[in-house]
Design a protein around this ligand. Structure first.
Ligand code: SF4
Length: 551
């Protein structure tokens, strides 16, 4: 494979990196790759793999794929090999990657801002039926994920997605990932500011742009002007959160350096207020800092949060202003505590134009192709052309006339998509888990769905907002650290000494202005089979012993 030229140094001279010269920072002149990932990114831009997929791999089949493309660059187009069926979680850490690789792929469709038309949703559903054995999951980053994708079908899938304005570009990889946006942007009555134009401009300037396609690691973005703080902004590398400035009016409060997984950190405010039309420039500055100064030696220290931890917010803001924006940012206020307790927009809500939006819940984000096609049909039959996905693995139909609402609800609930959902269906999320994920140790999606059903049966009167997030391994795809009850998959011994699937329990995490990580109680583990009993006990005790206003 042809090697690309050495990545040029940034046009503007950057300051020397001081004590972190050994971290592989480009700004300090360190362009020699210090690990295998940096090497394959230097050898060839991940974006270039598309041509090979179209001209070689899709024609010659799975075995023709270069290993560095298979386990590296294909992510730049949203493709990961999925786990070979039948390999138990005990083998995850033991087997070589090629032993875990199936010849089928997970394919992620990026849906920036969670915005879909009914036509786009119909096409997503049809692709699922035709090429993905009916699979489709709504993720907690507003994307859709397929499974069982054959490399032979990928060019045709791209053709169909792109024909309706969707793509898989940089849906994975060390890239600017899908831009989260308020699912009710532009329609919510209580909206402070609509960030949609900024999302579109960031997409236009930065996504699929080779200047930003080799970042130290993934770069996650969230933009919301909703007072509900509805995009989990605290755990993104960069976030713009709607605020009213006392002098300048509506704009965004700038956050940087959030991220879960290894060494979880909540994002920090830089104390800067950014008007809507300057959001893309500020985004460009922060992603530029990450590209140039981000650590590239250890993958476990490569996210922006590690640079921020070393620099602090003051230095970060100063470098952003002096070296990237070449002007000062305006100081600004912090967002206020959200008015509501749920951020998922479920149920029926009046829009600012007098029509209504209707949020509904599948179980743990799991839908399927035929269901997606039907959702598109039901929405269209009730006069809507627009839907949104949420960061809670839920969906919303927009622009419904009041007279159509009851019939729309009936249509959705006939598909087992609850508008009036129990707290358990609203609040439970699960990652992909052992069914398809090569890093997984335990099953998650089916476990989460059955937990919801079981809790609805056992404690039907429970009426508190609750979040129960289930991960299949120590990673954080389902945000376990910021859930009321976070469940981290692991193997454990049951009372008879047999090795079984189970979870390490984290309790008391939250997002919002009281954001914090749940506490991992030493020895607090529960087997998968005992999970409903355990959660029922915790919630029963909470109901009995809570004080006024206690979460
Ligand atoms: Fe896979 Fe682990 Fe992420 Fe779940 S949390 S999807 S098991 S990597």
């Amino acid at each position: 494979m042809a090697a690309t030229p050495e990545k040029p140094a940034p046009a503007t001279p950057r300051r020397k990196a001081g004590r972190h010269r050994g971290e592989g920072q480009w700004a300090a002149g360190h362009f020699t790759p210090l690990n295998g990932n940096e090497q394959f990114k230097k050898d060839d831009d991940g974006l270039n793999v598309r041509t090979r997929i179209e001209t070689i791999y899709s024609k010659r089949g799975f075995d023709s794929i270069d290993p560095n493309d298979l386990r590296g660059r294909m992510r730049w187009w949203g493709l990961y090999t999925q786990r070979k069926p039948g390999i138990d979680g005990g083998k995850t850490a033991i087997l070589e990657p090629e032993e875990l690789d199936d010849e089928y792929f997970m394919l992620r469709v990026r849906i920036d801002g969670g915005r879909l038309t009914t036509e786009q949703l119909r096409v997503i559903g049809e692709i699922s039926v035709e090429f993905a054995r009916g699979t489709a999951d709504i993720t907690d980053r507003q994307n859709v994920q397929y499974h069982w994708i054959r490399i032979e079908d990928v060019p045709e899938i791209w053709r169909r997605l792109e024909a309706v304005g969707l793509s898989t570009t940089e849906a994975c990889g060390d890239t600017p990932r899908t831009i989260l946006g308020s699912p009710v942007a532009g329609v919510a009555e209580d909206e402070i500011i609509d960030g949609t134009t900024a999302i579109d401009e960031i997409h236009r300037r930065f996504i699929g742009n080779p200047d930003y396609s080799n970042l130290p690691r993934k770069f996650k973005t969230a933009i919301s002007g909703s007072p509900q703080l509805d995009v989990a902004h605290e755990i993104n590398d960069i976030a713009f959160v709607g605020v009213n400035h006392p002098e300048h009016g509506p704009g965004f409060d700038l956050w940087v350096g959030g991220g879960l997984s290894t060494n979880p950190k909540l994002g920090q405010r830089l104390g800067a207020w950014v008007p809507l039309d300057e959001v893309p420039d500020v985004y460009g500055g922060v992603i530029g800092i990450f590209r140039d100064y981000g650590y590239r030696r250890l993958r476990t220290r490569a996210r922006l949060k590690f640079l921020l931890a070393d620099w602090g917010t003051e230095k970060f803001r100063q470098i952003l202003e002096d070296e990237y924006l070449e002007r000062k940012l305006v100081d600004g206020p912090a967002p206020e505590q959200p008015a509501g307790t749920w951020r998922d927009h479920l149920g029926v809500h009046r829009q600012k134009d007098g029509r209504f939006y209707v949020g509904f819940a599948p179980r743990v984000g799991r839908v399927d192709g035929p269901q997606l096609v039907k959702i598109a049909e039901v929405a269209a039959a009730h006069g809507s052309d627009r839907l949104r996905t949420t960061t809670e693995q839920k969906m919303i139909v927009l622009d419904v006339e009041e007279s159509q609402v009851p019939s729309l609800i009936a249509g959705l609930e006939a598909l087992d998509l609850k508008v009036n959902a129990s707290p358990f269906r609203r609040g439970t999320m699960a990652c992909t888990g052992i069914e398809f994920c090569k890093l997984a140790i335990v099953e998650t999606k089916a476990r989460g769905a059955s937990l919801i059903d079981e809790l609805e049966r056992r404690i039907p009167d429970f009426d508190e907002p609750i979040t129960i997030n289930i991960n299949g391994c120590p990673n954080a795809c389902a945000r376990i650290q910021v859930a009321d009850i976070g469940l981290k998959g692991q193997l454990m011994l049951d009372k008879d000494g047999n090795q079984v699937e189970g979870f390490q329990v984290h309790l008391g995490g939250a997002l919002g202005l009281e954001a914090g990580f749940g506490r991992k109680v030493r020895g607090l583990k529960v087997t998968s089979d005992d999970l409903p009993d355990y959660v029922e006990r915790v919630l029963g005790r909470f109901q009995k012993e809570r004080e006024d206003g206690e979460r």
